[in-house]
Design a protein around this ligand. Sequence first.
Ligand code: FMN
Length: 165
Amino acid sequence: MKIMVIYDSLFGNTEKIAYSITDSLVPSGNVRTFRVSHIRPDQLIGLDLLIVGSPTRAFRPTIEITGFLNKIPSTGLKGIKVVAFDTRLSNGADKKAVFTNIFTRQFGYASKPIADKLVEKGGILVVSSKGFVVKDIEGPLKAGEIERAADWAKTIVEKIKVSNE
Ligand SMILES: Cc1cc2nc3c(=O)[nH]c(=O)nc-3n(C[C@H](O)[C@H](O)[C@H](O)COP(=O)(O)O)c2cc1C
């Protein structure tokens, strides 16, 4: 299985999740992982599985991820299985978080627009998108998130195996 993981990351947390997913997928195929600035849309041809992740910035993916996804031709992901993830702040209970939560409930996180765009370009969404929590804007990741990402990656492969049977 030809797999590509594409991510963006300002402070390194999404990158850690991307590489945890990558390590977990190595036994399942040929996995290549790129920061979004190091890959072009024409390099997606021939993939079996594409995984895209971004930090949530103002409820959206980064400009670089959005720009990359927009550049994929309209049927560029036809037949390719796709999955999206993001990193995000947790919904804490402090006053600032309560304020943020009102907006987050309405506007959400980066993985939803990523998944929508991947599907719009012809991709087949394999599993629901996943968010991984950072404790503060620059991180670190909440305890256990690296392991949760690795486990989640295994569920993607399992789902593909079942759908191929
Ligand atoms: C300008 C800015 C906007 C952000 N907006 C959100 C947001 O809307 N929702 C959220 O949960 N986290 C938000 N965050 C926190 C980021 O999600 C967090 O910095 C990111 O997950 C860290 O990932 P990285 O280390 O890969 O850059 C924001 C952070 C910055 C700097």
